[in-house]
Each structure stands twice: as structure tokens, then as C-alpha cells.
Design a protein around this ligand. Sequence first.
Ligand code: PEP
Ligand code: MG
Length: 612
Amino acid sequence: MVSGEWRKRDGDRDGFDGSSRVALGGQGGAMTAEEKKTIEISGIGVSPGVVFGVAYLIAKRSPVIAPTIVPEDKVESEIEHFRQAVEASRKQILALRRRVADMLHESHATIYDTHLMMLEDETLYAKTIQTIKADRLNAEYAFDRSVKRLAERFATIDDPYLRARGGDLEDIYHRVLNNLLELYHEPLFEIESPVIVVARDLTPSDTANMIGRPILAFVTDKGGPTSHAAIMAKALEIPAVVSAEGITGAVNAGDLLLVDGGRGTITVSPDEALLRRAERTIRLHERQETDRLQLRDLPAETLDGYRIEVAANIEFPEEAPHVIMHGADGVGLFRTEFLYLNKDRLPEEEELYDLYASVVRQLAPKPVIFRTVDLGGDKLANYITGSPALNPYLGLRAIRLSLANPDMFRTQLRAILRAAAHGVVKIMFPMVTRLEEVRQARNALAKARRELRAEGVAMGRRIEIGTMIEVPSAALVADILAKEVDFFSIGTNDLIQYTLAVDRVNPTVAQLYDPLHPSVLRLISHVITAAHEAGIWVGVCGEMAADPLMAMLLVGMGVDELSMGPVVIPVVKSALRNITLAQAREMASEVLSLPTAQQIRAAMTKRRRQFG
Ligand code: PEP
Ligand code: MG
């Protein structure tokens, strides 16, 4: 409290209650499943797992801030009050930053640097003080005005990166205002008993506060698969669904929720039957967890002794321990672009080298396949990619972007080559469509190698170079590409999208996105044949490899390696250990002769029953 009695800073005056904690654990106020209608809301599943529990609603209501004229002799103390609120905010953000860096990793903490910078932003800080001084307005109102002005600027700029900064601005807004109104509290940090967090969106401050709290899952109205919250969910292994439009409106605090982070669904007030089914799924997952421990050190080997490499897909260095824990034969796909997102500048060589080397060291002597950045498409870092194109998936993305930005590419290649000195590294290029791209990328790599040699810097010597096969054009010239590389990794997520002309993130055409379409299977088969004829190995690192039955099919088609999210490795391993190679081959040859995806699916389901 800064001044005398001229007004009360209790938040009631303007109806602002900051982030309100509506339910805390338990079933307080919850209706029973019988009383409420069961509804299901879909979103994007960004972190797998099935859980049920009570809803903990984070309701961030926008405050109504009324202007008040500050008496002339109180202007200085009002400014001081604002300065103190900003300083308190700064300390809080620094504490969050430390917590994230200590408990997760430095790479997740850099977003808070943006928040700290925003606090000092001219429009926010100096302008607010100026308004208090010149117009004798109360600090809350002056600050609210500054933020709105900045938000308007963000909103008019057609740039998703700056729009994302708008989300950060909102985070800062609530924080400073809470401090001004002396309402500061971190609702997520106060959670003591297991709950499912439901929010419109989760800010970086919110996600930092979730670390170490008993949060079973979280679901949000907003957010995308590459939002900060989604990335954190994966790193924390918390099931999560984002972009579940309408979820905060449909849920009351204390409601029973069933969340499936793999399917991307939330069931509000699930009925008994659904709960029983969920319990069975959870028990199955628990059994899989036990299998995981038993299978960890066993190879993915069919009953007749055919060995397949089963590797892990990762996005962040801190996932390396999960890779080992789940018994992977290595990292089959390191999606390096995530270290370029949620930033406002390119990462430096030293920064990348440290992160890469830590993964390589942890995995050694198992290999780590670095995929060079695959930005563009749905993974936009606008400080590199520029404004979004009308068809971002067909635009300047992946290897095209790297070749168009030689300095950025060079930095990444140097960091990978240096990290290779600490273990076994392979490199592959994303979204190649033509031979020239492979040659140009290899030339860039050779150049980076020459530079490092001339500088006397340690680097890995024997590094296999591969290319991803994600576009029909690459699949169709696989025999040509195979002569220039050591391996192929088929990215089925994109191969399906580009073959079937079905946007992989557009829910309205999701039913057309079918990995079992005969055209997709024919392309995969063609790639495998071309690779083997050229004497190179071929893997699959798209989601298709993570489905046990499809993994069997791929093995039957001749794939040598499968790469998937670490948690599904034991499931796929156990599936492969329960069939013979002959069975898998029989299934593949039947499937490749069928004309529709529907018939293929039916044939595979029948075989699954036979395999038991
Ligand atoms: C793929 O396209 O299958 C793939 C693995 O790459 P991403 O999912 O990162 O596009
Ligand atoms: Mg891809």
C-alpha cells in the first residue's frame, strides 16, 4: 500500500481477482458422474498418457481497471509503488527462471529472459511512469493503458512470432498488476493434491510453477503442439491436450475429467463404463511400464532371431535419460529445430554444441541421429522464416531453409561435428526433394569440416550421412539418392501428407490422413527396395513406426530401423518379439496386394488376432 486512504487496493474495487484458484484437490463441490452429462472435447494431444482426476480451473479474468486521479502530493509515491511492483515482478521471474533451469534445463529457461526484457520495455515502463506523472493517473490504469497500446501493436503485425510475444505480454501484465494490487500469488505453485489443470492457455510462468507439483495432466483452450506449454508437458512427462476449444467453458472446478493425451481427448464427467475402460488402459500402461523394465536390456528381435534397431525420437536434450530408460538402441531422430523455437535470436554454436554434446555423451556408444533443422510448416520461428507463407508446408522449409541461410546451417553443422567427438553421431537432412539438395548439404558439411580441421578443433571422424524421405519426389528417386548417402529415414508423417494432399494438422481432413493408403505403402516399399539394392540401411521415424501392428508391417516390408517416442519403445519391442519375420513378411505381401486402406486395415486386424 502506498498512499493514505484515497482508495483501497484490494482488487474488489475493480472486480479483479487475478488468477483464481477455484478447486484444490479433493472433490469439493464436484457433482457426481450420474448428475452430470458426459461430454467429450477434442484437441491436440501433445503429451501421451491416460489419467482421470478432478479439474483445477485457472480462471484468468481480465481486470476492469478504473482511472483514478492521484492527488498531486501522492504522484511520486504512486510512481515508486509502480517501480516496486516491477521490481517484485523481476525478482519473481528470476526465481522462476532459476527453477526451470535447475529442475529442467537451461534451454527451457531462456523464455524468461524475454519477460525480463519486456519489463524494461520503453513503452511499458517509461511510458507508464510518464502517464502517472503527466496525467496524474493511478499506476494500475497507467500500466493497463501502456500494455493495451503495446498489445494493439502486436495484434496488427502479421507475424506469429510477435503474436506469440503477445502471450508473453499477457503474462507480464497479470504479474505486474497482481503486484500493484498486492494480489500476487502463483496458483499452480500452491497445488498440493493431484489435479488436472484446465486453463485457457498456460503462460511460461504457469508452466514453470507446475514443476514438482502433483499435476496429473493439463488441458487448454488455446496453444499449439509447439507452444511452450506443450513442450514442457513432454519434458515433464505430463499428459496434455492443447487447442481444446471450449474446455474452460465446459468444465467446472472439481468436475471429474478423463484425459487421453495420446488421442487428444478430454471427457468431462465420464460415466462408469468410460472410467472402467480408462482404468483398464491405465493398468495396461502400468503393465507396459513393468514390461519396460524387463525389456529394457533385451533386443527388438523376432521369434526367429531377426534383429531390428529400435531408436527414439527426441526434441530436447533433457529427454536423453528417457531414451536410455526405455531401452532404445539410440536416438533415431533428434528434431533439432525445437531449440530454435520460442526464441528471438538464432542459437550460437557454443550453445548448440553444449546441448548436442551432452546428448551424445549420455547415449554413447549408442548413436544419435541429428536431423538438421526442420523449421517452417507448423514449426515457425519467424525471426528466421519471415512471415508465414500461404502454404507453409510447401514453402521455405527444412533443408530449403538451411540452404537459403548458409550461416545458420554452418553454425549447426559445426556444432554437430564437434559434438560427434564425444560419441557416435549420424546426420540427416529433412524434406529433401531432389539430388542437388543432398549434394549442396553434403558440400556445406564438408566445408564446415574443413574449417574445423584448419582451426584444430576436435570433431567426430566417421559420421554416416543420411536423408529423410518425406516427399513423394524423394521416394520416387530413392535409387538415385541412395548412391549419395549412407542411410534413409522415412518420415511418414510428411510422406502421408504430401502423397495424399492432406494437411497433417487440419482436423477437417484428418479422416483422409491414412498411413495405410496403398500409395503410401507402395512408396515405402519402393524406398526400401532402392535402399537395399544400393546396400544402405533404411529406417522409419514417423508416427507409423510407433504403432505396434504397423511396426510389424514395416519390418515385414524390410525396414531395418524404427524410431519413435521413447515411451512406446517397450510396446513395439514386445510386439516384435512375439512374431516371426516370416509372419511379418506374409502380412506385408498380403497388404501390398490389396486395393484399399480399409481392406488393408481389416487384413492387419485379422492377423493381429492370429498373432495373439
Ligand atoms: C515425419 O515427417 O515423419 C517426421 C518424422 O518429421 P516431423 O514429424 O518432425 O515432420
Ligand atoms: Mg517431417
